[in-house]
Design a protein around this ligand. Structure first.
Ligand SMILES: NC(=O)c1ccc[n+]([C@@H]2O[C@H](COP(=O)([O-])OP(=O)(O)OC[C@H]3O[C@@H](n4cnc5c(N)ncnc54)[C@H](OP(=O)(O)O)[C@@H]3O)[C@@H](O)[C@H]2O)c1
Length: 346
């Protein structure tokens, strides 16, 4: 028996803003009969996480491709992998049985063939819907938790600024920071997003960065006593403005610099003399380096969710053909919260 699998590839490397015509939907037949001795696992893909770093993998070159195995180069025409959840259809691997729900690296398609050594583990739902395991209980959640607590090392009462604050990682950073007892301001790209941050997520304040002409002055207004922690998701001018407003011994966690992903000429140039004399610590990080806090992250976040103290923002598109527009939308601010694609019903 075989199934027809539709999957998404890039036609050529993408070195600027991605557009629909950069992608192609391909089709193949996958046999559901494994060769004897095969350890492959065949999955029906259920939910795929859509993440900005995938664009760096699609470039003709990027340091992400060298320094992170999870962000290795994606070649034109080849299957693309990404974080997601699936259901085991066939397994030659004794760790997995037909019907198991699994989480790990699946392909940008309807089915995945996972070779031995592929990143995959059984998923325990713990009473939460599948989609939550792609976002708040998945890598976005770990990124926010580890980035905020391990990299920023907050103290109660400190003043925190988060960019791309209505996005998947940003909204969680703001929520963790509020629950921890910090003062939190976020920026986002629309009036509706700003309202959501203030009215629903409990941010102390928020602003639409697209309406501001002088970001340094804007941040001075929102933080008259300075910023202690800046959680940077966007880079460029916002990073420069935040650093110009940092307090002594401030911490800047560079989670990502999305505004630079689509424009290689755009770079933050913060004032280095500020950094020296204010003793500011700036640290880039990858969530994958913090698997040591994974158990803490899961138990703390599940407790908050069960107590109704955290909100879940998910932005779900349906069907394999919506993968390209979902990725493109990240760079145009179309998403609110965790962007993912539902590939099949359970
Ligand atoms: N270090 C890690 O391990 C790790 C892990 C996950 C994610 N990340 C990084 O974290 C950041 C956020 O990722 P995410 O998955 O949570 O995505 P996301 O925030 O859910 O989606 C991206 C958002 O970025 C904003 N944006 C897009 N282009 C922008 C620009 N030119 N200037 C300012 N804002 C822009 C948009 O919101 P607006 O409407 O507000 O513009 C958009 O909705 C990214 O930089 C990503 O690469 C890092």
């Amino acid at each position: 028996m075989a199934v027809s699998n539709s999957y998404v590839v890039i036609k050529a490397h993408i070195d600027g803003s991605p557009k629909e015509s950069d992608f192609e939907l391909k089709s193949e037949s996958i046999s559901l009969l494994l060769d004897s001795g095969s350890n492959d696992v065949i999955l029906k893909n259920l939910y795929l996480s859509i993440d900005p770093y995938q664009l760096n993998r699609m470039k003709s070159q990027s340091s992400s491709q060298i320094y992170s195995t999870l962000a290795a180069a994606i070649n034109p025409g080849e299957a693309i992998n990404g974080y997601g959840v699936g259901e085991v259809l066939v397994s030659g691997n004794p760790e997995f049985q037909k019907g198991d729900l699994v989480v790990g690296l699946i392909t940008w398609g309807e089915y995945s063939v996972i070779k031995p050594g592929g990143m995959l583990r059984k998923l325990e739902l713990m009473g939460f819907p599948l989609s939550n395991h792609v976002g708040i209980l998945g890598f976005s959640g770990l990124t926010a938790y580890a980035g905020f607590f391990e990299v920023c090392k907050p103290k109660k009462g400190e003043k925190v600024f988060v960019s791309a604050a209505s996005g998947s990682v940003g909204n969680l950073v703001g929520q963790y920071a509020k629950l921890f007892g910090c003062y939190v301001v976020g920026c986002a790209g629309s009036k509706e997003k700003v309202e959501l941050l203030k009215e629903k997520l409990g941010f102390d304040d928020a602003f639409n960065y697209k309406e501001q002409t002088d970001l340094k002055a804007t941040l001075k207004r929102y933080f008259p006593d300075g910023i202690d922690i800046y959680f940077d998701n966007v880079g460029a001018e916002m990073q420069e403005a935040a650093i110009a407003n940092m307090n002594l011994f401030g911490r800047v966690a560079i989670c990502g610099v999305i505004s630079e992903y689509t424009d290689s000429g755009r770079k933050a140039a913060p004032d280095m003399i500020d950094i020296v004399y204010r003793r500011i610590k700036i640290q880039g990080f990858l969530a994958a380096d913090f698997l040591n806090v994974y158990a803490d992250f899961i138990s703390t976040t599940c407790d908050h969710l069960r107590a109704g103290k955290m909100h879940i923002l998910e932005d779900i598109s349906t069907g394999v053909e919506s993968i390209p527009s979902s990725l493109i939308g990240l760079f145009r601010g179309h998403n609110v919260g965790k962007k993912m694609v539902q590939l099949s019903d359970t």
